[in-house]
Design a protein around this ligand. Sequence first.
Ligand code: GDP
Length: 348
Amino acid sequence: MSTEKNKDTKGVLQVRKHRKKKPSVEELTHGVLNGDKSILARAITLVESTRNDDLKQAYTLIENCLLKKSNSIRIGITGVPGVGKSTFIEIFGKTLTGLGKKVAVLAVDPTSTLSKGSILGDKTRMQELVKDPNAFIRPSPSGKSLGGVARKTRETIILCEAAGFDIILIETVGVGQSETAVHSMVDFFLLLKLAGAGDELQGIKRGIMEMADAIVINKAEGDNLKRAERAQVEFERALQLYPPKVNGWTPKVSTCSAIDNRGIIEIWEMIIQFLDTTRDHGYFESNRQNQNKYWLMQTIEELLKQQFYQTTAVKEHLESMLQKVAEDKISPFRAAELLMNNYKKELK
Ligand code: GDP
């Protein structure tokens, strides 16, 4: 990298570093397929870019990467802040690299734009795993909409798999719709919990229980162990009330201590069991196909919505329509139809 010395207006000598030359799509593809982590990071930056001229290159890059066959496993991990997700991912990731696996850690955090930097961007997290040559950690892409953040993460998964990462861990904070988005891009969905005071099932969203392939109660050590075991029984009982899953898998409940590295390897063994079951069942492959279809539909909806709201006629009339609807001067359906007509006219 070359440097150039400049004087700013106050006459202070400054050293400005030239930005690295932008690599071509061919260079990016080559680097990614060779498992070069720094090129992979740059390839992801291209995919995350919102600039129109980057978009075409990003598509070519992704298509090149899709050609490489991968036997990856995608694992989603969720839980409320403080449950121990990053501590767990660090020890789980180290366990996996210890078994000779290559592990990529991604995140879906739609709140990252609000809090200026995602939780995974924090350098103090996963200090050991960051240093591991067989691990790759990428913070959540930023974005205004969950759909946008999730789409970029999906594309990043493809790049990581092409780069030879065989286990992709995708973390999400347990808020809003982000869990549903992550669930629809992974093979296995793990919910991390803490043992409470006998009220385990309170405050847990039904939808999340239904999505989980495993519930793991963390911080199960010392005085907390007994409570964690009681919580385990309670969750097991609750899960029995749900109808059997279409994937032929009965969700499991276990306890672990991420800090003491207890119960961690058992989670990996459980995932292997899950893979055996769902591959035999034919679910693994069909689930991936359905997920691709789902994301196509999601993306169409998102693009259409974006296009609609960017139309000048819609921009001009939306505010007044909202006002009229609020005052009961026009029905919401009629107002939507009028706006839709404006939009269609402008498209012609
Ligand atoms: P996150 O917000 O879900 O990512 O949670 P963190 O991994 O940052 O952990 C939150 C706090 O819980 C930190 O102080 C961790 O050291 C602690 N912690 C994480 N795992 C364990 C565990 O297994 N046992 C105990 N006692 N503390 C833990």
